[in-house]
Design a protein around this ligand. Structure first.
Ligand code: PLP
Length: 279
């Protein structure tokens, strides 16, 4: 048997999207692309196409935790990404799990609605995410509508970010695609203030799984020991390229091409390297 040098292991806890655009498949592809080994814990089965989510069936909370614990006790997981959870019981169970691994970097992508606006979380879940998961979160990656829902009542995105930091997460990255601006402004907050803005060119399409792609790429970069601000920059760059080369495979949103770097036309591209043109 030949052995190769060890590779960082990144755990994704997320829903399954059968289109392959969002959810656990997006996480697996992104984590692999960033040079890590993905381990995947399914939280929810969804029924959906590229246009919208038709149904969700959250898994039993105990089963979610059993899947995670079996792997955590076996492999040296270096970072955790959490996406769609599906139930309050699931949030509570993941909270208990995180209390046993307080030093692991956690990237939390608060999945509250589908791209078409279908609710994927209840108000009770939002409260549970704020009180039980944010204190264990290294980086929270809401888009701007999600940030407004989580920080109920805050009027500006800056105020939303301050509220979310006060709940106990270390960094908040608010992505700006839903804002009515010519370029997309992604803003990183931490240490009670706005740390950095990453403006990118606005792409013309609608994409399924952009938030999943971004959050799991960043989790993989944190697993490699990269500093959060650099991991955010590299993760945004990788996501932008994945979206720029997305495929329109169904009748709804485009599917990110997370393995764009393996394609014929770009053989020698490193997915995290190219930060030209759009930044
Ligand atoms: N996870 C699952 C299972 C989903 O179905 C969705 C959206 O429908 C998402 C995550 C969020 O997708 P996005 O990254 O586009 O916000």
């Amino acid at each position: 048997m030949t052995t190769t040098p060890s590779v960082p292991v990144v755990m994704a806890l997320a829903g399954h999207d059968p289109t392959g655009g969002a959810g656990i498949q997006a996480d697996i592809e992104s984590i692999l692309s960033m040079g890590c080994h993905p381990v995947s814990v399914i939280t929810t089965i969804t029924v959906q196409d590229t246009a919208d989510v038709i149904g969700i069936a959250p898994l039993d909370a105990e089963l979610i935790v059993q899947q995670a614990r079996a792997v955590l006790e076996d492999m040296p997981v270096a970072a955790i990404k959490i996406g769609m959870i599906g139930s309050v019981e699931g949030v509570q169970a993941i909270h208990t799990l995180l209390t046993d691994y307080p030093d692991l970097p956690v990237v939390l992508d608060p999945v509250l609605a589908s791209g078409a606006g279908t609710a994927l979380a209840t108000e009770e879940m939002v409260d549970a995410i704020n009180s039980l998961l944010l204190p264990f979160t290294t980086l929270l990656t809401p888009n701007s509508p999600e940030a407004r829902v989580l920080a109920q009542g805050c009027d500006t995105l800056d105020a939303c970010a301050m509220f979310l930091l006060e709940q106990g997460c270390e960094y908040v990255l608010i992505t700006g695609t839903h804002e009515n601006t010519p370029r997309v402004h992604n803003v990183l907050y931490g240490n009670h203030r706005r740390l950095e803005t990453y403006p990118v060119d606005r792409l013309p399409g609608e994409y399924h799984g952009s938030g999943c792609t971004l959050s799991s790429a960043i989790a993989a970069l944190l697993a490699q020991g990269i500093e959060p601000a650099s991991a955010v920059h590299e993760g945004l760059t990788y996501t932008w390229h994945s979206l720029d080369r997305a495929h329109r495979l169904g009748m709804g949103q485009c599917i990110p091409n997370r393995l764009f770097w393996a394609g014929d036309e770009s053989e020698d591209e490193d997915p995290a390297d190219d930060d030209t043109a759009h930044f």
